[in-house]
Each structure stands twice: as structure tokens, then as C-alpha cells.
Design a protein. Structure first.
Length: 903
């Protein structure tokens, strides 16, 4: 999952605090339904100076000053007719929106972006009954708010229905948003074009003028014109096809249930599908380009299983009679839950037994589970406004865990889920993290609600405090609180989690049987001795933390809710150690003062099995986090890894290895060769038994397989001779067989990376990249290509990525990230990003900075900030780099001397 979520992150999407759902799900779930009863809030009304109206493109005053639409007119039903032309790459369309006037008004405001409005008319219900033609409307447009105003000759009457007819046209968009074109290559080498939509959150307005806010739910009746060589798909099943003059066909789809605009979808393509039926009779189909059809079967099986599961689990049937899942060749994010027509990046849906690894399979399953969960949570029940998007995404994330565990226990998703949670912690422990629920108004802010990144202010002016707790910006609390009304205690606990940013650190000090507990905000990269530390703590972070703990004396799980800054607790029995956060289920980090850590390390060395695997993962995670926060020295954390040689659980071993590997990588990237050499020796020597036990096969459980991939990759990265030899041998066999030989999928990436070390191998891989029909294989080849030591080869990859033909634009972010992690590529990638900054931003590509230590990068972001660019992502970038540099300065001497003792 790790690589795939890296992909997702680089698109700046997703990742929310799942844990809140964890704690309070049982209580909040019934209440969240409040959100589905959409009343239209009155707070929309502008309180600005009515004289300060904006100016429309034609110079006239635009009658509406707000970003949010007025509630004077609301949509009931859309009739949409769309005719995309896949040769001229544009579309013409018309719509009839049935609206209800709720107040007398002289204008109708709609969202519209980059659409050419040809004509707009209005009919009253009566006009329509008597077939009276509509009255032509004047149209003003105000692109800054992505709105148009239809000026009606006579005031609309409250309580009456009207029909708005609009003819419009536009080019098929270039990127990944709105109604855009996507291309793919056939086995025969032919380039083909399809047209596809992606609307969330605010891009339906690029495809048709509409009330593009989630609470304006309506029914949609969609018709699509196409040539006979194509098919058309939409949310609903097709009712009929009409043949038009000139051979064009027009597909009519059933009217949708009431739904938000961001969930509308339609596609014109020439894809093939496989279908099956769930036990409740829903027809499920998986679509892919014709040559990828054979990779759709796993998704079909998984979808049928998961849909059955959800129908039983929610005890609500999926409301449509069909569900299509489609693999789109160019896709901006990982997947999108359009009702009845879910769109996926190819690597999130297709499974190729020959080239997809164990983690690829897990990823496909999880993404399907996630988007299916949205069919209930998000589609059936929708948040009123984007500030509560975390309900949608948080819940879907949580349901991934429930449903995949139930349907595919053999995938052992539990343990990967923990890693996902650790990623969330990583974001939350930066000062620039943001509370879950925040106001979001502009499309950019709305986009950022999906990020794991900040909205940076918290607990400043305008915030309120209550009971010593700092609540940010009262505006955002309304929806969150509304859904919890009546349950005061839960409300209190919830708000300490959702309305304040960050993650708590619980400091435990033991004195015999008595424990002293203290909570503070966990901050990475800001140390207790730093001047910023105190003011940040004094913003008064106080959480209600449901603690759990266990001791060596019994199997019992003890509980305690920490509500105050400090607290004491008496252990029920004498023990040699105490471990908090059982199974790492809680959203907090624990630090044991005094000799608490030593006692735990001692236990791990004596018999690690006395602690549960997830507790061991949690300990390893926390110990390294505490080093980053300056609360522990690195040697303590390294000492903890000393028992790993004997670790029996693959997820735990993987976790420990990943930190050590990270350090090696850091040293390598910074060219600190004495340390990287010593670390290399240490790793190869210390983990020799683990390396030697790996086979070059696809056998074993999912975690054994993932461990194999990681261990052999590390061994080859460290130039371990037997590893290189084996990989090179497999690679040359593969080349000799002209790519026909099946290499075990778990080691494919490693074999290719070793193969890419020679020019001949690299060139051959690039050829195969172009020809491959498997996204899973292409990802692995691209990674291998990006590990080359030759800068001209890396430059060639970047050029291909910019060109967007051989290497698709959707893969550019991942490519740049991979090159930036390559010691020979980091400067190259950085120069490139700096020189092409504006262009890359347009392509929505953000460079990954987890492993960047370059002062130059920091300076660049600082200068951007000084020039007034205030994209929130800059803040997190800056903070991450500063933190990295600081980490190194502080811990390098310790790492150096620890290694000297241990090799
Ligand atoms: N609804 C989101 C996709 C989305 C996110 C669209 C933000 C627009 C803005 C979808 O359900 C989702 O969460 N997709 C993830 C993949 C998921 C399995 C983790 C994504 O695309 O990153
Ligand atoms: Zn989602």
C-alpha cells in the first residue's frame, strides 16, 4: 500500500484522521444521518455592502457577490444532452433545469467554468404546459467566482417551478478535471481517444452549468450522443438507444436518484467489460480498454464480494440496479466514487496475475472497498458542505478496514492499516497541520480540505476557548456539533479531536505502582529547549484521551480516560513494565520517562512474544517519533531495533527495517559516506539470516511476500553480491526470452532495477515500458529506470514525462519523486522543478519532500513565501525540510558512534 498511497499523496488528495471515526463511530453513526436531511442554511445571505457588487465580463454589475450560491432558486431536475466529438475534441450540449423559486428574485446564479453559453431561455410551468417557447435570458458571467447570472425579465414567484434551457459548448478539457479527454495505446500501436468526467469537488461546472454545491441535490436524466464505434456509460442503466440522422446514436439513461452534482459521471469510449450479479441482483461490470480486458477479473470478484458485504453490513440495499467500475487511462487521483459509475486509475482497478504483486492486489482491493463505501457514505448520505468532507473520507477509510478484513482476511489488511495511520500521525505532528473540520469557501480551499496538509491558523484571533480547550474558528463547529447534539460527553470528547489540530503525547513516569501521566501536544522538529516550544504548548492543547495499557503481569487490558493535563494512576499489580496504547488503536504517542523504555527494550530482547505484534509496531513507531521530537536520543531507538533479528512477525520486522533503511537512504543521499558504509555493513551483517531466508518466488502470506520484496530490495540496494547475482541472472533470462519469461511479481521491481544498471538493460526496459499493457508492470519498470546512476538517462525520463506521451502526465509526480530520491538524481530533479515551477503547478504536481535535505530547496520555498505565494502546501514543505535538516544535525554524531560500537 505504501507506494500506492505515495502516489495518492503526491496528487495532494485525501488522508484524514481516521481515528476519530474509530473512537466514536458507534455513537456518531446514527447521528450523521442528520446531514442527509438537507435544509438550506440561511447563513448564506450576504451581509456585505449591497453596493459592492462585482463586475461581469461585459462591464455590467454582476448581481451576486458571494462565492456560495443564493438559496433563492434551487434545482429539482436536470435534463442533460451531451454530444462529445472525439475527433474535433470538443462537445456541444444542452440542458433543461427544472428549478424551484424560493423567494422573488430577478436572477438565477449558476456555476459555470470555461463553458461557452450559446443561448439561455426560461419557461414558467404554465408556459411549458401550453408549449409556449421560453423567453430569452441575458447572461452575465463572473469567471472569478466561476458563476453566471441569468437575468429574468420578470421576477420569479416563490413556490413556483420554472424551466431553464441552456445551450452550451466547450473543448474537452486537457487535464484530469471536468469533461476531459484521455488516450490509450492498443496492442497494435494505435492511439485511441475517450472522453470521461471527473467532478469532485467543484468541476461539474466545467461540464454543464449547474448548482455545483453538494447540498443542491437533484435528479438527472442524461442523454449522450456517440458514434456507433463507441459506447456511452453514465450513472444509471441505459433505457434505450435512438438512431439519429447521419448514423449517430443517442443513448438515454434512466433518471438518477436525488444526488449532488459532483457525483454525476458519463463516459464515451470503446472499452470492453466483464459482468456478474450480486446476491441481491445488482449487475456489476468492470470496464477497461480492450487489450486490458483480461486484467478485470479480480476486480469483478472483489466488487461482488464487497457489495454483498456492504448491503448486509449497512442493512440498506445499494439503490441502483447496476454498478460500473472503469479503469481510465489518464486519471488525476486514485479513484472517484461517482454513483453507479466509479472511475479508477488503471493501477487502482486492474490486476494482472503476471505482473501485479501482493501489495498491488491489496491496493486494488482497498480502493474498491473505499469507493463502494462511498456509495452509502457520501452518495446516499452527503455532507452539507465541504468543510465536513472528513466525514465522507474518514468513514470510507474506516470502512476499508472493516470490509476488507471481513471479505479478504487473507490479505491481512489490519497491519497495513496501521501504517496508514502512522502517515496521518506524521502530518499531524507538524505545527502546520490543520484541524479536521475547517471553513472552506474558494475552490482552492475546498481542494485543500482533501489534503493531508495544513490550513495553518489555529487558536488565534477569533477562536474561542471553553473549559481550557482551544477551539478554532466558531464558524466551522456548527455542522460537527449539530451532528452530535444531545450527547454532551461524546460531543466534548469529539470536539477536542476534530476541532483542534495535532496529536497528543502522553508522558508516563512510573514510580513503583504509581503512574504519573501528563499530556502535551506532540511536535516533531520543535524541541523542548527551542523558544517556539513553550508558546506552542501554551495555546493549551487538551484532549480527552481514552487510554489503554497492559503490563507483564496479566493479559488484561486496562482503561483510563485522561481528561486533564496531568493525572495519576495506580497499577493493579507489581510489574516489570507497562505498555500504553494496546494494539496501537489510540491516536496518541507515548513517552516513558525514567527507565520505562529500557524495561520495554529489555522485554523485547528477552522474549518479544510477550508483547502483541501491533504493540511492537507501535513501540518502534513511537520510539523513532520521539527521537524526531527531541525527547529521546537516537541510540535508544537503535537499541530497540537490536531484537529485530529474532522478530517473528513480518509486519513488525518490516516496520523496523523501514526506519533503518530510511537512515541509510538519508546518509546516501547526503553523501555522508563513512556512516552510510558502516550502516550498510551493519545491515547486511546483522540481518543476514533474514536476507538468507528469502526465496525468489511469490510464495507465502501477503506479509511474507511484502517482507520478501522489502528485504531483497534492501539487499540489492546495498549491493549484496548474492542478491545482485540472482537478480542479474533473472534479468538476462527475461531479456533473452524477449520479455516472455514470468519473473515472480514480488521481486520484479528488484530484478528490473538491477537490470537497469547497464545501458543495454535500461534501454530494453524503456522499450518494454512503452509496450506493456499492465499498469502494475509499468510502475515497476518506471521505478527501475529512475534508479539509474546516469544523469542523461534520468533527464530523458523527465523529458518523456513532460511530453506526456510515453510517460503519462499522471505519472510525472511519482517519477519526479523517484528521481529526487536517487542520489544521482536529486539535484537534477530539483533544478527541473525550480525551472518549471509554474508549469508543474498547473499540472498539479507537488514534489515530495520527505527526504529532502537541500538548503536550496528551503531557500526556494522561503523566497516564494516572501513573494506572497501562500499556498498552504508551502508551509508544510518548509516545515518538513527544516525538520529534516535539524534531525540530521542533532542525530548524525549519535548514529556515527552507535555504528562504531555495533559493527
Ligand atoms: N472522493 C475521493 C476522490 C477525490 C478526492 C476527489 C479529493 C476529489 C478530491 C475518493 O473517494 C478517494 O478518496 N480516492 C482516493 C483513493 C482512495 C482509495 C484512498 C484518491 O483518489 O486518492
Ligand atoms: Zn474517498
Amino acid at each position: 500500500v505504501l507506494h500506492s498511497s505515495a502516489m495518492v499523496n503526491s496528487q495532494g488528495k485525501l488522508l484524514f484522521n481516521i481515528y476519530v471515526a474509530f473512537y466514536c463511530l458507534a455513537v456518531t453513526l446514527p447521528k450523521i444521518c442528520i446531514c442527509s436531511q438537507f435544509s438550506i442554511p440561511s447563513s448564506y445571505q450576504s451581509n456585505k455592502d449591497p453596493g459592492a457588487f462585482p463586475v461581469a465580463t461585459n462591464g455590467e454589475p454582476f448581481p451576486w457577490p458571494e462565492l456560495r450560491l443564493p438559496n433563492t432558486v434551487t434545482p429539482l431536475h436536470y435534463d442533460l444532452l451531451i454530444h462529445p466529438n472525439l475527433t474535433s475534441l470538443d462537445f456541444v450540449a444542452s440542458e433543461k433545469i427544472e428549478v424551484l423559486a424560493r423567494a422573488d428574485t430577478q436572477f438565477i446564479i449558476l456555476h459555470s467554468k470555461d463553458l461557452e453559453i450559446k443561448d439561455a431561455t426560461l419557461q414558467s410551468e404554465e408556459d411549458s404546459r401550453y408549449m409556449k417557447p421560453g423567453e430569452k435570458l441575458r447572461v452575465l458571467s463572473y469567471p472569478i467566482h466561476q458563476q453566471i447570472a441569468l437575468l429574468v425579465p420578470e421576477k420569479l414567484m416563490p413556490g413556483r417551478k420554472y424551466y431553464v434551457d441552456i445551450d452550451f459548448q466547450a473543448k474537452l478539457a486537457d487535464g484530469f478535471q471536468g469533461f476531459y479527454k484521455s488516450t490509450y495505446r492498443t496492442l497494435g500501436g494505435e492511439q485511441r481517444i475517450i472522453a470521461v468526467t471527473d467532478f469532485e469537488p467543484t468541476e461539474a461546472r466545467m461540464a454543464f452549468p449547474c448548482f455545483d454545491e453538494p447540498l443542491f441535490k437533484a435528479n438527472f436524466s442524461i442523454k449522450i450522443r456517440r458514434e456507433s464505434r463507441h459506447i456511452a456509460l453514465s450513472n444509471m442503466p441505459k433505457v434505450k438507444t435512438i438512431e439519429l440522422e447521419g448514423g449517430l446514436l443517442e443513448d438515454h439513461f434512466e433518471t438518477t436518484v436525488k444526488m449532488s452534482t459532483y457525483l454525476v459521471a458519463y463516459i464515451v469510449c470503446d472499452f470492453k467489460s466483464v459482468s456478474g450479479t450480486t446476491s441481491s441482483g445488482v449487475k456489476v461490470s468492470i470496464y477497461a480498454s480492450p487489450d486490458k480486458w483480461s486484467q478485470t477479473h479480480y476486480a469483478l470478484q472483489a466488487t461482488l464480494k464487497l457489495l454483498d458485504f456492504y448491503e448486509k453490513y449497512f442493512d440498506i440495499n445499494y439503490p441502483l440496479s447496476k454498478l460500473d467500475l472503469i479503469a481510465v487511462p489518464d486519471f488525476g487521483s486514485g479513484a472517484m466514487e461517482n454513483w453507479g459509475l466509479i472511475t479508477y486509475r488503471e493501477t487502482s482497478l486492474l490486476f494482472d496475475p503476471k505482473t501485479s504483486s501482493a501489495s498491488d492486489k491489496l491496493w486494488v482491493t482497498v480502493v474498491i472497498a473505499h469507493e463502494l463505501a462511498h456509495q452509502w457514505f457520501g452518495n446516499l448520505v452527503t455532507m452539507e458542505w465541504w468543510n465536513d468532507i472528513w466525514l465522507n473520507e474518514g468513514f470510507a477509510n474506516y470502512m476499508e478496514l472493516v470490509s476488507v478484513n471481513a471479505t479478504y482476511p487473507e490479505l491481512q489488511f489490519d497491519d497495513s492499516f496501521l501504517n496508514l495511520c502512522f502517515e496521518v500521525i506524521a502530518r499531524d505532528s507538524l505545527n502546520s497541520s490543520r484541524p479536521i473540520s475547517k471553513p472552506a469557501e474558494t475552490p482552492t480551499q475546498i481542494q485543500e480540505m482533501f489534503d493531508e496538509v495544513s490550513l495553518t491558523r489555529s487558536c488565534l484571533e477569533g477562536d474561542f476557548t471553553s473549559g481550557g480547550v482551544c477551539y478554532s474558528d466558531s464558524k466551522m463547529t456548527s455542522n460537527t456539533l449539530a451532528s452530535l447534539r444531545g450527547n454532551v460527553e461524546v460531543k466534548e470528547m469529539m470536539t477536542t479531536w476534530t476541532l483542534q489540530k495535532g496529536i497528543p503525547l502522553v508522558v508516563v513516569r512510573r514510580d513503583g505502582r504509581s503512574l504519573r501521566l501528563q499530556q502535551e501536544r506532540f511536535l516533531k522538529g520543535i524541541f523542548k529547549e527551542d523558544p517556539e516550544w513553550k508558546p506552542l504548548q501554551e495555546r493549551w492543547y487538551l484532549w480527552h484521551i481514552p487510554l489503554t495499557y497492559s503490563t507483564n503481569s496479566s493479559n488484561a487490558i486496562h482503561r483510563h480516560i485522561l481528561k486533564s493535563k496531568t493525572d495519576t494512576l495506580d497499577l493493579p499489580e507489581e510489574t516489570s513494565w507497562v505498555k500504553f496504547n494496546v494494539d496501537s488503536n489510540g491516536y496518541y504517542i507515548v513517552h516513558y520517562e525514567g527507565n520505562g523504555w529500557d524495561q520495554l527494550i529489555e522485554q523485547l530482547n528477552q522474549n518479544h512474544m510477550l508483547l502483541r505484534p501491533k504493540d511492537r509496531i507501535g513501540l518502534i513507531h513511537d520510539v523513532f517519533q520521539l527521537v524526531s521530537a527531541g525527547r529521546l536520543t537516537l541510540d535508544k531507538a537503535l537499541d530497540m531495533t537490536r531484537y529485530l533479528q529474532h522478530e517473528t512477525s513480518s509486519p513488525v520486522l518490516l516496520k523496523g527495517l523501514s526506519y533503518l533503511e530510511l537512515f541509510y537512504h538519508m546518509m546516501d543521499l547526503r553523501n555522508i559516506s563513512d556512516v552510510s558504509e558502516n550502516l550498510k555493513h551493519y545491515l547486511l551483517q546483522y540481518f543476514k539470516p533474514v536476507i538468507d531466508r528469502q526465496s525468489w518466488s511469490d510464495e507465502g502470506s501477503v506479509w511474507d511476500r511484502m517482507l520478501r520484496s522489502a528485504v531483497l530490495k534492501l539487499a540489492c540496494d546495498l549491493n549484496h553480491a548474492p542478491c545482485i547475482r540472482k537478480a542479474a541472472e533473472l534479468f538476462s533470462q527475461w531479456m533473452e526470452s524477449n520479455g516472455k519469461l514470468n519473473i515472480p511479481t514480488d521481486v520484479l521491481k528488484i530484478v528490473h532495477s538491477v537490470g537497469a544498471r547497464t545501458t543495454e538493460g535500461w534501454n530494453y526496459l524503456l522499450e518494454q515500458y512503452e509496450l506493456s499493457m499492465s499498469g502494475a508492470e509499468k510502475n515497476k519498470i518506471l521505478y527501475a529506470l529512475s534508479t539509474s546512476k546516469h544523469q542523461e538517462k534520468l533527464m530523458k525520463l523527465i523529458e518523456l514525462g513532460m511530453e506526456g506521451k510515453v510517460i503519462k502526465t499522471q505519472d510525472l509526480a511519482v517519477l519526479l519523486h523517484a528521481i529526487a530520491r536517487n542520489p544521482k538524481g536529486q539535484q537534477l530533479a530539483w533544478n527541473f522543478v525550480r525551472e518549471n515551477w509554474t508549469h508543474l503547478l498547473q499540472k498539479l504536481v507537488f514534489l515530495y519532500v520527505q527526504c529532502v535535505f537541500l538548503h536550496a530547496v528551503k531557500l526556494f520555498f522561503e523566497s516564494l513565501k516572501a513573494q506572497g505565494s501562500h499556498l498552504d502546501i508551502f508551509q508544510i514543505v518548509l516545515e518538513t525540510i527544516t525538520k529534516n535538516i535539524k534531525w540530521l544535525e542533532k542525530n548524525l554524531p549519535t548514529l556515527r558512534s552507535w555504528l562504531l560500537v555495533h559493527i
